[in-house]
Design a protein. Structure first.
Length: 178
């Protein structure tokens, strides 16, 4: 780390801030020709994503779910009764390939979370339908997840939360459109 850290407390040369502040300051010291400001946001988002991934895996695991199983069951649950989508619709909802979705559906059928049901009027159309076991698991996992995630934002002013959501949504819209 650079000896010229710009982030200091009122006590002489005592660094303050988080790890990302130190990373940005070090890049600014080593490469003053670069504008390292994007690191302040994106490095934090990356670190946040890693923490959230760990929290979600742990939370979902308590209910016998992998993260991807939660995502698929969540997509089905949000549809309301009869909690069904085609494999193609699930692919769109979960942003995975056709090979991946087929494998995941097979595994979820084995776990008893979903079943395949043919459309009576057109046997070529097959729906993936969440079972009672799948709905129960995703409901319990969602309840637990919201408790954990709500605790992470407790104490943050509603306006600050809304501003953070707006900034992140704007960045995601740019990325999703590419």
């Amino acid at each position: 780390m650079s000896s010229n850290i710009r982030i200091v407390s009122s006590q002489e040369n005592v660094p303050v801030g988080d790890e990302v502040d130190h990373i940005v300051a070090a890049w600014e010291d080593q490469r003053p020709d670069l504008d390292a400001r994007p690191l302040a946001l994106f490095s934090r988002l990356l670190r946040l994503g890693r923490h959230l991934d760990r929290i979600r895996r742990s939370t979902f695991g308590e209910f016998g779910l992998e993260t991807w199983e939660f995502e698929m069951l969540s997509a089905l649950r949000r549809q309301g009764e009869p909690f069904r989508l085609t494999a193609g619709q699930l692919m769109q909802e979960t942003l995975v390939s056709s090979g991946t979705i087929t494998n995941r559906i097979d595994r979820m059928v084995e776990h008893g979370f979903v079943s395949r049901v043919s459309e009576p009027s057109d046997g070529r159309v097959v729906y993936v339908v969440a079972t009672e076991n799948g709905i129960s698991a995703v409901d319990k996992a969602m309840e637990a997840l919201l408790v954990v995630e709500r605790s992470l934002i407790d104490g943050i002013e509603p306006g600050d939360n809304k501003a953070a959501v707006t900034v992140i949504r704007t960045i995601l819209e740019r990325m999703d459109s590419e």
